[in-house]
Write a protein that binds this ligand. Sequence first.
Ligand code: APR
Ligand code: ZN
Ligand code: ZN
Length: 376
Amino acid sequence: MDTARKVIKCKAAVAWEVGKPLAIEEVEVEPPKVHEVRIKIIATGICRTDDHVIKGALEGIDFPVILGHEGAGIIESVGEGVTDLKPGDKVIPLCIPQCGRCSSCLNPNTNCCLKTHLIESQNLMPDKTSRFSCKGKIVYHFLWTSTFSEYTVVPVDAVAKIDDGAPMDKACLFGCGFSTGYGAAINTAKVDPGSTCAVFGLGGIGLSTIIGCKSAGASRIIGIDINKSKFEKAKQFGATECINPEDFTKPIQEVIVEMTNGGVHYSFECIGNTDTMKAALESCHLGYGTSVIIGEAPSAAQISFSPLMLFTGRTWKGSIFGGWKSKESVPRLVTDYMKNKFNLDGLVSHTLPFVQINEGFDLLRSGKSIRTILMF
Ligand code: APR
Ligand code: ZN
Ligand code: ZN
């Protein structure tokens, strides 16, 4: 059946309001407009950021909304003016776009395109309308991705075409978790061979950071988590030792400084908590240490810290989407994965049919899962 230019009715998980489980609904998905594509999502991962929205911790999200920003799928149809994508292409929607025209995109030293939600809401398409509706009501987009829907519409600036042979259930991890952690080590910290690293939080982001530290040649990688059931997998991915802050009476930063004779070269915060952001900063060497914030703190969060922490020479950085210019880098990362440059398969702890999405969120909240992949 030729579906192009027609409204498609399909299954989606709708977040009707803050704090409620997602509801599996039949939604209408309009055809793509100019410079947009409609994608049939094949697989999508559940990320902590989606859960933050459900819990109301991120500001500026309109409801009802279709969440999801870690997906992989196939182009179903393209809107006017789309030249670089065609029906049948395997693609990944990008939660950080690469428009190629803004001051960030034109600068080689940042990937933070000004079209991102952090600058301007992505709850609607660029023409300020939605392609989703349900029961006669408008449903908002999320990060322009909305991968918790069998079909979604995405502006071309936020879509990467990937290798035809890529396995979709793993490829979706390049849409957020893997790219974010791996790139923070490789691009943002620029971990060097023989260096020492501390990774706070051993979820999907932290483990991907460990993969990056290891592939950059770090000689010592210390994993930190309050859930010791995360340690085994962290070691499989390359952590040389793992510690639980609850096993010590003194602050974990003091423990790490002692363990490393003055502090690590690189520390990474992969939790999204302001206390651990400070602990990670204090864990790196006072002169040459670099600390990278990867975790997304609640919108209202603030940090106070002594300027002496930086005065002595430390560097404090943030990393969004691993520093990758998304549209051009994601295809290369997927190709590298297919050439076995790194192995991320262990990040997928659970696979569920899409309709069991709320069970997937329960697994995340209970600390039992790394990544749950939902299959349509
Ligand atoms: N100290 C140490 N570890 C902690 C602490 C703490 N105070 N609080 C939580 N953790 C651990 C959890 O036990 C868990 O293993 O941090 C890990 C976080 O992992 P996930 O919840 O699976 O989150 P992840 O998907 O890896 O994302 C981490 O990055 O993109 C952001 O929004 C995302 O803020 C989140 C962060
Ligand atoms: Zn994410
Ligand atoms: Zn841009």
